[in-house]
Design a protein around this ligand. Structure first.
Ligand code: UDP
Length: 141
């Protein structure tokens, strides 16, 4: 299986619940390595650009409001099959539908405040990693 990199964001709801460490522990226990990380406050423009693919969706404004409502923890995870592995650990977008034991089932309150973001494909992972960590391109695999 390929060694991949994926972008993970611990969203403002989970940061405010003080569970960054618990979430990162799950990535580590699953064999994913944190190779870059930063705590930051997104600007509206950051959030709008990051979620541009959803710009026409009815939930877009609420999503941007939520993503700028407090600090987020952005990180790059690396490991075998990292993109799908992270998605499996996260669980379904709607925590009510997320499998038991997933991050969203355990830490998220609603479909909009759903604790984590994770890239969903190789191409989006590349773009999203570069969005927050352009310096990683210098030694990209
Ligand atoms: N979202 C929302 N309402 C919806 C669908 C999505 O608020 O009906 C938000 C939610 O925070 C989600 C993000 O938009 O995580 C991006 O949606 P996507 O379908 O890409 O889900 P994800 O990849 O995060 O599981």
């Amino acid at each position: 299986m390929a060694i991949e990199r994926t972008l993970s964001i611990i969203k403002p709801d989970a940061v405010s619940k003080n569970v960054i460490g618990q979430i990162v522990s799950r990535f580590e226990a699953a064999g994913l390595k944190v190779i870059a990380a930063r705590m930051m406050q997104l600007s509206r423009s950051d959030a709008e650009r990051f979620y541009a693919v959803h710009a026409a969706r009815p939930f877009f404004k609420d999503l941007v409001d939520f993503m700028v409502s407090g600090p987020v923890f952005v990180q790059v995870l690396e490991g075998e099959n990292a993109i799908q592995k992270n998605r499996d650990l996260m669980g379904a977008t709607d925590p009510k539908k997320a499998e038991k034991g997933t991050i969203r089932a355990d830490f998220a309150d609603s479909i909009d405040a759903n604790a984590v973001h994770g890239s969903d494909a190789v191409e989006t992972a590349k773009v999203e990693v570069a969005f927050f960590f352009p310096e990683l391109n210098i030694h990209s695999r």
